[in-house]
Design a protein around this ligand. Structure first.
Ligand code: 5GP
Ligand code: ZN
Length: 115
């Protein structure tokens, strides 16, 4: 827990968010500025600043995040139609919150390559 980290504070309940799932490893909540009809952020409870800071000790956490994204997509009927998952890392990708999070977007067709 980092008191200066926005997502640590959301996980701690200090800042409100619309949570859609939580367990002992991760919390999922709606993005405050959604870029698609579904835009959920999956955030591990452990504070890791960027993808560059992941170690082998985090493999289970990252696996749980990705598998939970697929489960939420299936629950919402997007498994067959499709959805996008994104980890932004550092400046060129536009990372704004330095606590890793998996964006999960669905409900519209998306272009490729991303901007
Ligand atoms: P990044 O650019 O770091 O990959 O994504 C950060 C995401 O966090 C953005 O999509 C942004 O809209 C979202 N976000 C920023 N502040 C808040 C907040 O206070 N609450 C919620 N729910 N999402 C936030
Ligand atoms: Zn944090």
């Amino acid at each position: 827990m980092s008191s200066s980290c926005l997502f640590c504070r959301i996980i701690a309940g200090e800042i409100p968010a619309t949570k859609v799932y939580e367990d002992d490893v991760l919390v999922a909540f709606n993005d405050i500025n959604p870029q698609a009809p579904m835009h959920v952020l999956l955030v591990p409870r452990v504070h890791v600043a960027t993808l560059n800071d992941l170690g082998a000790n985090h493999d289970a956490v990252v696996g749980a995040m990705v598998r939970r994204a697929a489960a939420i997509a299936a629950e919402r009927g997007f498994a067959a139609s499709g959805y996008r998952t994104v980890f932004n890392c550092n400046a060129d990708a536009g990372q704004a919150v330095f606590h890793i999070h998996l964006h999960m977007l669905g409900g519209r067709a998306m272009g490729w390559p991303p901007g």
